[in-house]
Ligand binder design. Structure first.
Ligand code: NAI
Length: 339
C-alpha cells in the first residue's frame, strides 16, 4: 500500500519528546504514514513569527490528516488558542474523547465511555470583552457564547451514528438547560427530536452537567456515549480521563468534513517538559485512533495491544502512573511488544 501522507506537529513543552516516541514506534511497526513535519505553537513564533504558519495550514489542507502534539496557549492575553484556530479553520466539529480502562486495578475498572464534544461553538466561539467603570478598565467581563441548531444537529447526529457503528447502546445528552435555558436548551431539544430515529437501536437519556459530574464519579458504568457542548465536554473529558488513570492515557480525535486531527487530551505539561519523564501513551493511543480513521483497524489494535502489554504484562509504569520509567523506557517496552 502507498504511504498515506500525514502532517505531524510536534508542538510545545513535552510535545517533541512524546512525538519522538510515536515516530520510533511507527518506525518499528512499518509506518503506513508518510509524515510531513510542520511547526505550530510557541515554538513556531520563535522560528516563523507565527503560532500557526501558513505552511502548516497548507500541509493539513493537502494531507487532510494530522497528528498534533500539545500546544501552549498563554492564559489571559497573548495570542489566540492555536487549537481553537485549527478546529475553526478545518471545521473539526466533533471532538471524540474515549476513556477505556487500559490498566486494570486502578480506582475504577472496566470503564468504557466515549465523550463526544461539540468543538466549534458554545463559549469557545464567544465574543468576549471588558466594560470599564470609573478608572477600572476591566470592571465588568462579558462573554456571549452561542449554539446553532444546525451545529447541535451535526454533533448529536455524529454521536448517534458513532453509537450505531460501534455497537454502543446509549447516548446521554449533557446540558445545563435549567439555567442556560437557550444556550444549552437548544442542544437538549435537538437530542430529544433526534432520539426517536434511533429507537430500538440506541437509547437516549439526558443529564444536567453538574449531576452528570457527580454520577460519573459515583457510578461511571451507567454511561456509554456522552454528547455535550464545547465547554462541558472539555471539563468532563478530563474527569473521565481521571477514571482511567489520568491524562497520560487519554487520546482525542478532532473530526471534520475535510480533515481530521488527532492529539492527546493533555496539554504541553510545562512542569515536566524536557525531563524525559512524560508518558507518551496518550499520543500513541491518539495515533491508534488515526489508524482506525484511515481504515487500518488491525494496525490500531496491534499498537493498542503492545501498549497494554507493556503496561500490564511487563509492569512498565511512567511517573504519572506511579512508576519510574521515563519516556524512552516506555517507548522501548512498547517497541519490544510489537516485535
Ligand atoms: P497539562 O495537561 O499540560 O498538565 C496537567 C498535569 O498533567 C501536569 O501536572 C502535567 O505534568 C501532567 N501531564 C500532562 N500530560 C502528561 C503526560 N503525557 N505524562 C505525564 N504527565 C502529564 O495541563 P495544563 O498545565 O493546564 O496546561 C499546560 C499548557 O497546555 C497550557 O498552555 C494549555 O493551554 C495547554 N493545553 C494544550 C492542549 C492541546 O494542545 N490540545 C490541551 C490542554 C492544555
Amino acid at each position: 500500500m502507498a504511504p498515506i501522507p500525514a502532517t505531524l506537529i510536534p508542538g510545545d513543552g513535552i510535545g517533541p519528546e512524546i512525538m519522538q516516541s510515536v515516530i520510533a514506534v511507527f518506525e518499528a511497526m512499518g509506518s503506513p504514514f508518510a509524515w510531513e513535519t510542520a511547526p505550530a505553537g510557541l515554538g513556531a513564533i520563535a522560528t516563523h513569527g507565527d503560532p500557526l504558519p501558513a505552511s502548516t495550514l497548507d500541509s493539513i489542507r493537502r494531507t487532510k490528516l494530522a497528528l498534533k502534539g500539545p500546544l501552549t496557549t498563554p492564559v489571559g492575553g497573548g495570542f489566540k488558542s492555536v487549537n481553537v484556530e485549527l478546529r475553526r479553520e478545518f471545521e473539526l466539529f466533533a471532538n471524540m474523547r474515549p476513556a477505556t480502562t487500559l490498566i486494570p486495578g486502578g480506582r475504577y475498572d472496566d470503564i468504557d465511555i466515549t465523550l463526544v464534544r461539540e468543538n466549534l461553538d458554545g463559549f469557545y466561539a464567544a465574543f468576549e470583552h471588558y466594560m470599564p467603570v470609573g478608572d477600572d478598565h476591566k470592571a465588568v467581563a462579558f462573554s456571549a457564547g452561542f449554539n446553532t441548531r444546525a451545529g447541535c444537529r451535526r454533533i448529536i447526529r455524529h454521536a448517534f451514528e458513532y453509537a450505531v457503528a460501534n455497537g454502543r447502546k446509549k447516548v446521554t445528552v449533557v446540558h445545563k438547560a435549567n439555567i442556560l435555558k437557550a444556550l444549552t436548551g437548544i442542544f437538549l431539544d435537538v437530542g430529544r427530536e433526534m432520539a426517536p430515529e434511533y429507537e430500538g437501536r440506541v437509547a437516549m437519556d439526558d443529564r444536567i452537567v453538574d449531576a452528570c459530574a457527580m454520577q460519573l464519579v459515583l457510578n461511571p458504568w451507567q454511561f456509554d456515549v456522552i454528547v455535550t457542548t464545547n465547554l462541558f465536554g472539555d471539563i468532563l473529558s478530563d474527569l473521565i480521563a481521571g477514571l482511567i488513570g489520568g491524562l497520560g492515557l487519554a487520546p482525542g480525535a478532532n473530526i471534520g468534513a475535510n480533515a481530521a486531527i488527532f492529539e492527546a487530551v493533555h496539554g504541553s505539561a510545562p512542569d515536566i517538559a524536557g525531563r524525559g519523564v512524560a508518558n507518551p501513551a496518550a499520543l500513541l493511543l491518539a495515533s491508534c485512533l488515526m489508524l482506525d480513521h484511515a481504515g487500518l483497524h488491525d494496525q490500531g489494535d496491534r499498537l493498542r495491544g503492545a501498549i497494554r502489554h507493556a503496561f500490564v504484562s511487563d509492569g512498565v509504569r511512567s511517573r504519572d502512573l506511579g512508576g519510574n520509567a521515563g519516556t524512552k523506557e516506555v517507548t522501548e517496552a512498547i517497541v519490544r511488544r510489537l516485535g
